[in-house]
Design a protein around this ligand. Structure first.
Ligand code: SAM
Length: 290
């Protein structure tokens, strides 16, 4: 590993560039070699891979990615970090640094330009303030992604892998488990970052499914139903769904679809598996198709 996990060295660089941490960008830089190795090993990067890194910071993870991958595209929002990255990654010719907000970047266009639209891997120590929107953007757009290896807040990793009937189970669990097979790699203490965040973190790997796990008639409807079920967690599924404006069917039709799916009339969404939600949405679609 290089020097970028050494706190004294990092402080020197930050002083040299007169850099101040910006809380609003979720800047907690990784300073732990073991965790860096865990991320790189679990991401399973080879010289055949193109990697998209979101939020390279001062280039700690980026440098290891450059050593292992064919090419690396790193998107960083904070323009104050760009001269630092140009300095710390000076020795690598396989890096492209893009100064932009990842939410505003046309990732399709970017990977088309640098990787001919071929499948790529995503690796990131994500800014925690926009973790879920970034993950959903990567998954819902069906970008040609092979895997996504991320450092996220521990609670978010637990929500992504949660099972039905648990407190953490919700729309994020179902979306992530629909598009990917998630696996938590390790838990990471606040001491592994500069400055220290207030929460524990986890490294999680999402292997993107090439095909959805079950046949879905109408994907948009499926996710409306999932959102409606968890918007009003305390209500029965029938009530939760009938109050949701985007579902274009009557309460009677919803009750009928619940019965057709073989669920009790007072079933709650939080007890249903992904397969159950798909069965229900396929049955609801017989009414919305009319
Ligand atoms: N990868 C570095 C590391 O591991 O030390 C930095 C990780 S730090 C948790 C998150 C990084 O994401 C910061 O560099 C921050 O400036 C950047 N960032 C925050 N919001 C962003 C956005 N919307 N688009 C791109 N980068 C962003």
């Amino acid at each position: 590993m290089g020097n970028l996990t050494n706190p004294t060295y990092v402080k020197k660089i930050l002083d040299r560039f007169d850099f101040s941490f910006r809380k609003k960008y979720g800047q907690n830089f990784l300073i732990d070699d073991n965790i860096l190795t865990e991320i790189i090993d679990s991401a399973d990067i080879t010289k055949d891979d193109t990697v998209l890194e979101i939020g390279p910071g001062i280039g700690t993870l980026t440098e290891e990615l450059c050593k292992n991958a064919g090419q690396v595209i790193a998107v960083e929002i904070d323009s104050n970090l760009i001269p630092i990255l140009e300095d710390t990654l000076f020795n690598y010719s396989n890096i492209t640094i893009v100064n932009n907000d990842i939410i505003k970047v046309d990732i399709d266009k970017l990977t088309e330009e640098y990787n001919n639209g071929e499948r790529f891997k995503v690796v990131a120590n994500l800014p925690y303030y926009i973790t879920s929107p970034i993950i959903m953007e990567l998954l819902e757009r069906r970008l040609p992604i092979e895997s996504i290896t991320l450092m996220v807040q521990k609670e978010v990793a637990e929500r992504m892998t949660a099972c039905p009937g648990t407190r953490d189970y919700g729309s994020l669990s179902l979306a992530v488990q629909y598009y990917t097979s998630p696996e938590i790699i390790c838990t990471v203490s606040p001491n592994c970052f500069m400055p220290k965040p207030k929460v524990d973190s986890s490294v999680i790997k999402l292997i993107v499914n090439e095909e959805p796990p079950y046949y879905v008639k109408d994907e948009e409807l499926l996710f409306h139903i999932i959102r409606a079920s968890f918007n009003q967690r305390r209500k029965t599924l029938a009530n939760g769904l009938s109050n949701y404006p985007k579902l274009n069917c009557s309460k009677e039709e919803i009750k009928e679809a619940i019965e057709m799916s073989g669920f009790r009339p007072d079933v709650r969404g939080e007890t249903l598996t992904l397969e159950d939600f798909i069965l229900l949405s396929n049955n609801v679609s017989t009414f919305t198709e009319k």
